[in-house]
Every structure is written in structure tokens, then in C-alpha cells.
Design a protein around this ligand. Structure first.
Ligand code: ZN
Length: 275
């Protein structure tokens, strides 16, 4: 499995409107169609957010349910990773309702709070993280530890020692958000060096930094994430689509003499049950 690279496609995110890039999928049907396209292009995992009718991030459990059903109805075996953030109007309980109800294979676990500049405070209190961790544990949902800054590694360690989180963990280094760590190779190497033995990990840089972090992550032996949540341009001034970003990532992986993992292989690497 060491020559397999998991490509995660982060399809939608919580904020970017279609006016900026018309390819951003917003409805359950659009998101499911893009998930199928990205799987065909080489993605093994899709990370999904939902939007309300005004295009704003929502934690609406029915939309998550509908999207997951559509992905399976279309015959796709892609691993589904649901967000637990993306609507700053939602209460802690609203942020986790779909996790308990739907028990997705994976879900994001944002391991700390910080000023997401200039939008507001990205709030992930200790009380929320304990509740979310315990819910994921009892629901059999694999957390993806989203790490925006190095102190968050210690928060994951804390809840692991406390028995809230299981090992080995899967980490996603999210670099380049103003208020978190900048998307430099040095920062990526630093975070990589803090990983507990046996962990799996992935990384991305947002915007213009996404390619740099893809190449550096491959060099360090990690998995990669692409998609319109993180980056809306394929090249300067050229709007991307999710499928094109995945196609390019798969080409880069193959040029690196590795192979994009299939969903079944990703499940094995991540310790998930077969579908
Ligand atoms: Zn997300």
C-alpha cells in the first residue's frame, strides 16, 4: 500500500459562491454528480459540505442524507467524509446531528479554534471537541483531524490520552488560511515531524499554494487533497472544476511513480470497514 496515494476531493466548502466559480456544486444532486466524476478521475474520498437555498453553509442533516444516498444510487463506492463545520450560525448540537444520525464513514474534526480572518472566530471549544470525539467513537465514524496550526496537534494528543479519540489517527494539514499556519514547505515538514507513529496524513494549501503543498506532501509520503473548497483556479485566471483538479492530482501522483488509491484501498489504509 505504500505506493498508493489517497486523493481527497473537497467539493464545495462553506462559503465560495457560484459567481466566483460556476463549477462549485451546491445542491445534493450537483454534489453527488461531482463526487461520481471525481471518483472516476482518481479520487478515493470526497469531503462534503451542504449549502442552503441562499448558497450559505448549512448543517442540514437531510441534505447530507440525500447527497450520500444519491452518491450510492449512482453506483459510486467513493469514501464519504462529511464536514462538522461550515455554518457559524449553527450550535454545537446542530453541527454534529448528522454524524449521529447518518454515521458517515469519515467526518472532519477541527482540532481547535482560531481567528479565520477576516470572517470570524472558527470556534471548536474543548467541550465541543470532547462531545464530537465521543460521538464519533460510539458511532464508528473515523475522524479526520483538521490541523490549521501546530498547537492543534497537542489537542488531538490530549483527547487521545483521555480515551476520547482512537489511534492511529488520520490528519489533514490545512495550510494557508490567514490566522492559521502559512502554506510553506517548512511548516509542512514541521507538522509532519509532530505526527504520532502509525498515523496517516494528508495535506493541502489553499489558493495559489495548492500545487506547492501537493508536491511537498508527495515528497514526504503523505496523501493529498484538492477541490474547489480550497482553490477555485486551475491556473492564474482560469477557473477550475473539481474533476480537472483531481485529474491533475492523479497525473502528478503517477508521474511520481505512485498510484491513486481506489476507495477500497483507501478504506484499508485508513482502517475503515469495507463498503
Ligand atoms: Zn471542509
Amino acid at each position: 500500500m505504500s505506493d498508493k496515494v489517497i486523493i481527497t476531493a473537497a467539493l464545495t466548502g462553506a462559503v465560495t459562491p457560484k459567481e466566483i466559480n460556476p463549477h462549485i456544486p451546491l445542491t445534493p444532486e450537483e454534489i453527488a454528480e461531482d463526487a461520481v466524476r471525481c471518483r472516476a478521475a482518481g479520487a478515493a474520498v470526497v469531503h462534503i459540505h451542504m449549502r442552503d437555498d441562499a448558497g450559505l453553509g448549512t448543517m442540514n442533516a437531510e441534505k447530507f442524507r440525500k447527497t450520500a444516498e444519491l452518491i450510492r444510487e449512482k453506483g459510486s463506492d467513493v469514501v464519504i467524509n462529511m464536514t462538522t463545520s461550515g455554518d457559524n450560525r449553527a450550535s454545537d448540537d446542530e453541527r454534529i446531528a448528522h454524524i449521529g444520525a447518518l454515521k458517515p464513514e469519515m467526518a472532519s474534526y477541527d482540532a481547535g479554534s482560531f481567528n479565520w480572518m477576516p470572517a470570524g472566530v472558527f470556534m471548536n471549544s474543548p467541550q465541543f471537541l470532547e462531545k464530537l470525539g465521543l460521538l464519533m467513537k460510539e458511532s464508528g465514524v473515523k475522524p479526520e483531524f483538521e490541523i490549521f496550526d501546530s498547537g492543534m496537534m497537542g489537542i488531538v494528543d490530549y483527547y487521545t490520552k483521555k480515551g476520547v479519540l482512537n489511534t492511529p489517527g488520520h490528519y489533514q494539514f490545512c495550510l494557508g488560511i490567514l490566522g492559521g499556519m502559512t502554506a510553506t514547505v517548512e511548516n509542512l515538514v514541521y507538522l509532519h515531524d509532530q505526527l504520532p507513529a502509525g498515523s496517516t496524513w494528508s495535506a493541502f494549501g489553499i489558493g495559489k499554494d495548492h500545487l506547492k503543498i501537493i508536491y511537498a506532501t508527495l515528497a514526504l509520503g503523505g496523501h493529498i487533497r484538492v477541490g474547489l473548497e480550497d482553490n477555485v483556479y486551475y491556473a492564474k485566471g482560469e477557473p477550475a472544476s473539481n474533476a480537472r483538479l483531481v485529474e491533475r492530482a492523479a497525473r502528478i501522483v503517477r508521474e511520481f511513480q505512485k498510484e491513486p488509491a481506489t476507495p477500497a484501498e483507501a478504506r484499508e489504509i485508513l482502517g475503515l470497514k469495507p463498503l
